[in-house]
Design a protein around this ligand. Structure first.
Ligand SMILES: [Zn+2]
Length: 153
């Protein structure tokens, strides 16, 4: 049941407990009063349990809303940052992303994983090639995608 449903259920149980009290006030019979008190106790315990469940559901809903908001904020932030990068072909059919204006004095600007860029993540590719592939093979530490670079001799 949803948090609202639980809350409505708790309210309904409290209302029926109130109605039970109104009935019990009219009675002087000890057996009726004792049975009524037991029923009242059960209804109050139910209302309490429904109230706690509604609170738990509310907390879960708030956490989900917070997570969704954080995800949206990160996506908007990435879209703003993405304007500073440009796609670069490093090998026929192989692309990476690079900063449009690399930092001054930087000999080799970092290459960013195109796969992760598509998932709104900036991951710098790392050189992982064997000696034969030295400086040619780069790997993304996040998604393990490989990118081959043409290195001029
Ligand atoms: Zn990647």
């Amino acid at each position: 049941m949803s948090g609202i449903g639980e809350a409505v259920g708790a309210f309904g149980t409290l209302k029926s407990a109130y109605e039970l009290v109104q009935e019990l006030r009219k009675s002087n019979d000890p057996k009726t009063l004792k049975a009524g008190i037991e029923q009242l106790s059960d209804r109050l315990l139910s209302a309490r349990a429904e109230g706690f469940k509604a609170l738990e559901d509310y907390k879960v809903a708030v956490d989900r809303a917070d997570a969704a908001e954080a995800k949206l904020r990160a996506a908007v932030t990435f879209d703003e940052q993405a304007k500073n990068y440009v796609r670069h072909r490093c090998y026929p059919g192989v692309f990476v992303y690079r900063e449009k204006t690399p930092a001054a004095g930087e000999a080799a600007p970092p290459n960013y994983c195109a796969h992760c860029f598509g998932e709104k993540k900036l991951e710098i590719l790392q050189v992982t090639g064997s000696i034969a592939l030295a400086n040619k093979e780069h790997t993304c530490p996040r998604c393990k995608s490989k990118a081959l670079f043409q290195v001029s001799p």
